[in-house]
Write a protein that binds this ligand. Structure first.
Ligand SMILES: [Zn+2]
Length: 416
């Protein structure tokens, strides 16, 4: 499930009703090139990296040479594409001709995009690509997917593990090699999504230190045990790496183990986040959550750190785009309110609530609260009020259109 990412929306509106929606979905499949193909990939990665770095240098030098001349605006994509054609004819650069020329051109487009992102303040200034980082090249045409094979121009049929069905029309392919040496094909597909059907649920979700998340319905999703284990192993490997002597063979081996484990953790996390986000979106018409920045700034240091590395940010990103795809409104509350300390029944604020208190009894209305579930219910109440422009109910949760029994026991989900 690791491959849903880029989003492009094509909305065709007729009397304000969305008739169809086309999105770009990216599928990520592991590929197993043979020795010869690995060699060809290596050449293509190298050529694309070379072209990117060569023209990054050219653009920097051009700017330095002409920065006082207002008539010179800097090199454009077209300037670099023309220069590339010349470069391939120059002595010593013939090897560039042996690789896929469209992939080389795409490296120039990537460079151009990196410049645009920098100028539009979306990213840092482009950096030179390193042999040690992730390698990639892009093939816009003349590829074919046939069962468990991906056929690429000049490379041939590469074994591919297609673990899920591919929807829509494949528009382009990117080949990646991770720092740990795994190969992947990213297939970007244009997919037409069916018109979303109304869904029964409305839910508030609270993220906290103890569980991964708790919903206002009382469902508890734990941090998945296999992921915690993998993270522990990663920490152990990192410690062992830091003890190795710099430049030694053992250090190199330890570094590879760390890189591999790192990728394993990232993949496993991505997988389970996709499962959770898809299920929440499938079940609910509206999902409410807090803004992680607000929560992180006001909470203690431990929670702020957890927010940074637990994957909630990625989960919320997925909820937002899948919500758009499948017709769920993901609403985040962007201001602070005491979600844990407020009794969702009567509105009483329990100022002295400590982090260790998992349960508390409201002195006003005597309701026993599960700390996280109460917070999630408050998030739903406040989110609903904010979204619909009302004020949150202070005496009964029924005021904001939510009725529930307060003695629901939390359902535990584990074994992701
Ligand atoms: Zn109360």
């Amino acid at each position: 499930m690791a491959g849903l990412c880029k989003k492009t929306l094509y909305l065709t509106k007729k009397h304000d009703i969305v008739v169809s929606m086309e999105v770009m979905k990216t599928y990520k499949f592991r590929i197993y090139p043979n020795a010869v193909q690995q060699e060809l990939f290596a050449r293509q990665f190298g050529a694309c990296r070379f072209v990117y770095n060569h023209f990054l240098r050219a653009r920097i030098d051009y700017y330095a040479a002409h920065k006082d001349d207002p008539t010179k605006k800097g090199l454009t994509y077209h300037d670099t594409a023309l220069a590339l054609t010349q470069l391939k004819k120059a002595e010593g650069y013939e090897w560039l001709k042996e690789t896929n020329s469209q992939a080389l051109q795409h490296a120039l487009r990537d460079l151009d995009a990196a410049y645009n992102n920098f100028f539009n303040k979306r990213a840092q200034f482009p950096r030179f690509k390193s042999k040690r980082g992730e390698q990639a090249f892009h093939i816009p045409q003349f590829f074919k997917v046939d069962g468990n094979h991906l056929t690429l121009p000049k490379i041939g049929a590469v074994k591919m593990v297609v673990h899920r069905s591919i929807d829509g029309e494949i528009r382009n392919v990117t080949i990646r090699k991770t720092p740990a040496g795994r190969y992947f094909a990213m297939l970007a597909c244009r997919v037409e999504l069916p018109e979303p059907q109304p869904k029964p649920g409305v839910v508030g979700i609270d993220v906290g230190l103890k569980s991964f998340l708790v919903t206002s319905k009382g469902e508890v999703i734990e941090h998945p045990r296999h992921l915690l284990k993998a993270e522990k192993r990663l920490k152990r490997l990192q410690r062992s790496l830091s003890r190795r002597k710099k430049g030694s063979n053992n250090r190199e081996k330890a570094r590879l183990l760390v890189t591999r484990q790192h990728e394993k953790v990232a993949n496993a996390r991505q997988d389970y986040l996709h499962k959770i986000s898809r299920r929440l979106v499938d079940e609910n018409q509206v999902i409410y959550a807090e803004d992680l920045n607000v929560k992180g700034m006001l909470a203690n240091h431990r929670l702020a750190k957890r927010i940074a590395d637990s994957g909630w940010g990625e989960l919320f990103r997925q909820l937002a785009y899948k919500g758009e795809w499948y017709g769920t409104d993901f609403h985040q509350i962007h201001r602070f309110f005491p979600s844990s300390k407020r009794c969702h029944i009567c509105g009483y604020i329990y100022q002295d609530l400590r982090l260790s208190e998992r349960e508390w009894v409201c002195p006003e209305c005597s309701t026993t609260h599960d700390r996280d579930k109460n917070a999630a219910i408050n998030i739903e109440i406040f989110g609903c009020a904010e979204r619909t422009g009302g004020t949150p109910g202070t005496h009964t949760s029924g005021e904001s259109g939510i009725t529930r029994s307060s003695n629901q026991k939390a359902t535990r989900f584990s074994g992701w």
